[in-house]
Design a protein around this ligand. Structure first.
Ligand code: PLP
Length: 404
């Protein structure tokens, strides 16, 4: 086989379908988030980032940075091994305690990313619990889908956020089979939110475990940043809450929180946990500082919500269509892959505004969008700049305006 030719022709296919991904090369500027320096063949450019998942700017928080620096000075750079073989650092243990407390669970287990936490946990439980059926929301994240696939257990896909469909599917399954319902709280592309309480009610009725991915909610919702389940007062009803340390907490890593027996089970059987080097201690220390801060400070959460409302109202005034959802994610719908990419390119090149286009297959065709994530650190002037630029480009592209 001509391997090179194979790789090239597959990549050509992506180009032809308009699905080839181009990364913006950025250098984040500590202390002036959301600004970054963009590197291109033509030189450098100052840009404002509008699509970061560092939703609260905690990646720039002074306490987080200080904790990381101190820990590097104290412990060095890496963890030095897997958790089992010399890699378990004091800061990993502190972080797991902090996370268990955040979600009101007995225990927590950290992983190298949110992706791996979903993949390893769902994969292990699906593989090891005899006859487990996983009921998976149709819009679950790739990491959950891959974990369930890897488990090779029976899986049933239910219509996104559709309680009736979920109930019909639970009722149709073998009543004796062990069951798990796997879903997310905030869905990151549409920004809609799952009816967690109703799903827990169904789980109780059908004797199912629940697995909730709160990746796009932890830090941002609930009085202590425990996520939508905390906000809705239902954390104790979930068997497993999964989250990331890489988005609102501003660092990196993933985790599950659950009973001590369940966490110990995953710790003992999940290859994605066992056979990989542990997170650097400084990351764990930074995450502890971030979680501790957001457990008590409401400033970031309030400012975040206020900034989201402000941007939405400015978009409304300019007639720029965006999905109405109850979360902090503002999807501006373009509805055409080529135009979406073109607008994103012009925003970056001509206005210094970075919003990555989101095209098929991440979202369905004709719903191509700019997924905008305002943070507490975007100013009114930043918003005026963004909305003004979108206003101009909407006219140039002859895109429909929303009627307020
Ligand atoms: C819903 C969801 N779960 C899990 C992940 C993976 O988290 P991480 O980025 O920490 O790997 C993502 C990443 O974007 C996500 O959107």
């Amino acid at each position: 086989m001509d391997f090179e030719q194979f790789f090239k022709s597959e990549l050509d296919g992506l180009h032809e379908e308009g699905r080839y991904r181009v990364f913006a090369e950025l250098e984040r500027q500590q202390g002036s988030f959301p600004r970054a320096t963009r590197y291109t063949d033509k030189g450098q450019q100052d840009v404002t980032v509008w699509c970061s998942n560092d939703y609260l700017g905690m990646g720039q928080n002074a306490q987080v940075i200080e904790a990381m620096k101190k820990t590097i000075d104290h412990c060095g750079a890496g963890a030095g091994g897997t958790r089992n073989i010399s890699g378990t650092n004091h800061y990993h243990v502190l972080l797991e305690r902090e996370l268990a407390d955040l979600h009101g669970k007995e225990s927590a287990l950290i992983f190298t990313s949110g992706y791996i936490s979903n993949w390893a946990t769902l994969g292990t439980l699906g593989q090891k619990i005899p006859g487990l059926i996983i009921f998976s929301d149709a819009l679950n994240h790739a990491s959950m889908i891959e974990g369930i696939r890897y488990a090779k257990c029976e899986r049933v896909i239910w219509k996104h956020n559709d309680i009736k469909d979920l109930e019909a599917k639970l009722a149709a399954a073998d009543p004796r089979a062990p069951k798990m319902i796997a879903f997310e709280s905030v869905y990151s592309m549409d920004g809609d939110i799952a009816p967690i309480k109703d799903i827990c009610d169904l789980a109780d009725k059908y004797g199912a475990m629940t697995y909730l991915d709160e990746v796009h909610a932890v830090g941002m919702y609930g009085a202590h940043g425990g996520g939508i389940a905390e906000r809705d007062g239902v954390m104790d009803r979930l068997t497993i809450i999964e989250g990331t340390l890489g988005k609102a907490f501003g660092v990196m890593g993933g985790y599950i929180t659950a009973s001590t027996a369940l966490c110990d089970f995953v710790r003992s059987f999940a290859s994605g946990f066992i056979f990989t080097t542990a997170l650097p201690p400084a990351l764990a220390a930074g995450a502890v500082a971030s979680i501790k801060h957001l457990k008590t400070s409401q400033l970031e959460r309030f400012a975040h919500q206020e900034r989201v409302r402000r941007l939405r109202s400015m978009l409304d005034s300019a007639g720029i269509p965006h999905l109405r959802n109850p979360s902090h994610i503002v999807p501006v719908i373009v509805g055409d892959a080529a135009k979406c990419k073109w607008i994103s390119d012009l925003l970056l090149d001509n206005f210094g505004l970075y919003v990555q286009p989101i095209n098929y297959p991440t979202v369905p065709k004709k719903t191509e969008r700019l997924r905008i994530t305002p943070t507490p650190l975007h100013s009114d002037a930043d918003m005026e700049h963004l909305v003004g630029a979108l206003h101009q480009l909407w006219s140039r592209c002859a895109l429909a305006r929303a009627v307020a």
